[in-house]
Design a protein around this ligand. Structure first.
Ligand code: ZN
Length: 294
């Protein structure tokens, strides 16, 4: 397919710069011997995109926390490479940022997911931004009920692009939303949307890497973040199918957190406490935690 080859050529051209930038960036959050384990790393933040469902009391613009990026919903479902915005059929969907529509239609001839007819009616937008590692960024909107754009069309930030539905392989009406880097037609090229969507005022993120003694990611590990106001339960990414962000190198994220102090606990497989640390969430900032377990 021609457009696919075009993107692969762009990807090749970016390859060298990307490699150098990624290595430099990855060196930052993974040096626990030289840096404190908890540190906000402001220069690598890239929460630039608008939420595709807009603020309204009746609508859910917070990604579903039962099936976040990189999770399997407790082993019940396939590893999730996007996030869900669960809303009623027909809810308006908006472009996260300006760009050019590179796909609009059913994925019954062009494969967008692990099989044909997976995302049903879908839209992919190529954005005029690169990640800090030099990757071109795309957003994918799946399971739509209706599509309001066509291939080649230029869209502005927050232009209407379609509406929520349940086309393709979907349980109930929701928007499946993905970030893809460099190749819009490769479902394995995703990144965690939590690291790309804009923060709410007064909120921030806690992300990090849970590693074994050799510095390898530990998959499916349960973490609990809490203070006297809220408790959030998450798991590290389920498998190597889940890409960490090229710049951050994380294997868990906890998003939309009110600024404040929290206790972060990693649970052992037996349910005890394998690790415990206090972390600070600053408004509009990301706090990266490196956790090395024996
Ligand atoms: Zn989904």
């Amino acid at each position: 397919m021609n457009r696919r080859i075009g993107y692969l050529l762009i990807r090749l051209a970016l390859g060298v710069a990307l490699g150098i930038a990624a290595l430099a960036a990855l060196a930052q959050p993974s040096m626990p011997g030289f840096l404190p384990s908890v540190m906000p790393i402001v220069p690598v933040e890239h929460n630039w995109l608008f939420r595709p469902i807009q603020l309204d009391d009746d609508l859910s613009h917070v990604a579903d926390r039962t099936y976040p990026y990189g999770s399997t919903q407790g082993g019940a479902r396939a590893v999730h490479l996007g996030v869900e915005f669960v809303n009623r059929r027909g809810t308006a969907i908006y472009a996260s940022l300006a760009g050019t529509v590179v796909f609009a239609g059913k994925d019954d001839e062009t494969q967008l997911g692990p099989q044909l007819d997976y995302y049903g009616a879908a839209v992919i937008i190529a954005h005029d931004v690169e990640s800090l590692a030099g990757e071109q960024i795309f957003t994918l909107y799946g399971h739509l009920d209706s599509i309001a754009v066509e291939v080649g069309q230029e869209v502005n930030t927050l232009d209407l692009i379609g509406s929520v539905g349940s086309s393709g392989v979907a349980i109930g009406a929701h928007l499946h939303y993905e970030i893809r880097a460099d190749d819009p037609f490769d479902y394995r090229a995703t990144r965690n949307p939590a690291l790309w969507l804009q923060h709410y005022a007064g909120h921030g993120l806690v992300i990090g890497a849970v590693q074994d003694a050799h510095g390898e990611f530990i998959y499916g590990k349960r973490l609990v973040l809490r203070n006297d106001k809220l408790t959030r339960d998450v798991y590290t990414y389920a498998s190597q199918l889940v890409n960490p962000d090229t710049v951050w190198g994380e294997n868990f994220t906890i998003s939309d957190l009110p600024a404040g102090e929290y206790q972060l606990v990693v649970l052992s497989d037996a349910g005890g406490i394998a690790y415990r640390e206090m972390v600070t969430v600053a408004p509009l900032r990301t706090t990266f935690v490196t956790i090395a377990l024996d």
